[in-house]
Design a protein around this ligand. Structure first.
Ligand code: F6P
Length: 360
């Protein structure tokens, strides 16, 4: 397609901004800085072993108690350096930083908060499978904006419905930036020759119906009964209560799973389980569940804890974990219904009886 007929990310943002004549342009500049960080990460990821960036960062454990990969640390640094100088941010929070990051005093402070997982799916880095970055933009509390004070964790504890924008970059066979500024979900593909994101997937909608689910089945013995019931019914296929066959996928990069679901439907579950009561779920609310939840809802899908919409959850801590289910609306609603209904547990119930695949 000739260049004149392509829409760059910058053009797209300018056109969105024209709908808000009072907007200062700070927000657009912030999104472009985030996009720059993603382009830099895409380059590091692309060099792989040749860039000397694979493997673990010696002796480095993040706040989650997880070993940091070299690329986790590099990506976090790229996010920080691309976004700290512009004057748009009051502070940042990241999966890779225990405490919120305050904008150094040599730079001006702005009215937004940026929350991110700089490299999601780290277990896939060394095996050359897609990874991604996830980000969420919030408005800083008014007293932070007025006073320019340092941010605290409490300033970030806003429910997902208050996000102004959210998105992810996917470092796959091609690099994509998928973004919502609250007017639907739009996908941009990085032109590697020009180093520019171009609008390639306008107005993405999650297909309503699906026959594909994603869950880490090795955790099945820890699942709660509504989840067992749902998966059991999918596995039963045509002969079960759903009356159709399902396919299953598990990439172990949530960004890649979210992208597949935005493209062709499906449902993803990393539910709350009974493995460790101190960890209600695996994924992090502020920089994984909320941004992906925002994108799903903006694309006509749904995101939930299984019990309530993810975007309604009041966060209680910066690195809080949560059970997450997202994707095609009807499937997520079905899973929510299973959480509300008393689950059949009697042995004579075909789902959880002698022949159930996921019988306790
Ligand atoms: O940090 C989150 C993450 O890497 C997600 O991207 C992915 O969905 C999940 O963890 C994979 O978890 P597991 O290793 O339990 O399959």
């Amino acid at each position: 397609m000739p260049l004149s007929q392509r829409t760059t990310l910058t053009q797209f943002l300018i056109e969105q901004r024209r709908r808000h004549p009072s907007a200062s342009g700070d927000f657009n500049a912030l999104v472009l800085d985030v996009a720059l960080a993603c382009k830099a990460i895409a380059r590091s990821v692309a060099f792989g072993a040749l860039g000397g960036v694979l493997g673990a960062q010696a002796g480095s454990i993040n706040v989650q108690g997880e070993e940091q990969k070299k690329l986790d640390v590099i990506s976090n640094q790229l996010f920080v350096s691309a976004n700290e100088w512009g004057g748009h941010l009051a502070g940042m929070a990241s999966e890779e930083m225990d405490e919120p990051y305050n904008i150094p005093s040599i730079y001006p402070r702005g009215k937004y908060l940026l929350v991110f997982d700089p490299l999601d799916g780290s277990s896939n880095i060394d095996v050359n499978v897609s990874v991604g970055s996830i980000f969420s933009i919030l408005r800083a509390p008014q007293d932070v904006i007025d006073s320019g004070r340092d941010v605290t964790a409490a300033d970030f504890l806003q429910p997902g419905c208050q996000q102004l924008a959210a998105g992810y970059a996917l470092y796959g066979p091609s690099t994509m930036l998928v973004l919502s500024v609250g007017t639907g979900v739009h996908g941009f593909t990085l032109d590697p020759n020009l180093g520019e994101f171009f609008l390639s997937h306008p107005d993405i909608r999650v297909p309503e119906e699906t026959q594909e689910f994603a869950i880490n089945a090795s955790n099945s013995r820890f699942w709660e009964l509504p989840v067992k019931r749902y998966v059991d019914e999918c596995l039963a296929g045509k002969t079960g209560p759903r009356g159709k066959d399902f396919n299953m996928r598990w990439i172990a990069s949530m960004v890649a799973e979210a992208h597949r679901i935005l493209m062709r439907g499906g449902v993803f579950l990393y539910p709350r389980d009974m493995r460790d009561p101190t960890k209600p779920g695996r994924l992090r609310l502020l920089y994984e569940a909320n941004p992906v939840g925002f994108l799903m809802e903006q694309a006509g899908g749904r995101a939930s804890t299984g019990r309530e919409p993810i975007l309604h959850v009041q966060p209680t801590s910066l690195h809080q974990r949560i059970g997450l289910v997202f994707g095609s609306k009807s499937e997520v609603e079905r899973i929510e219904r299973y959480h509300r209904e008393p689950t059949p547990i009697k042995d004579d119930n075909p789902l959880f009886g002698e022949r159930s695949l996921f019988r306790d």
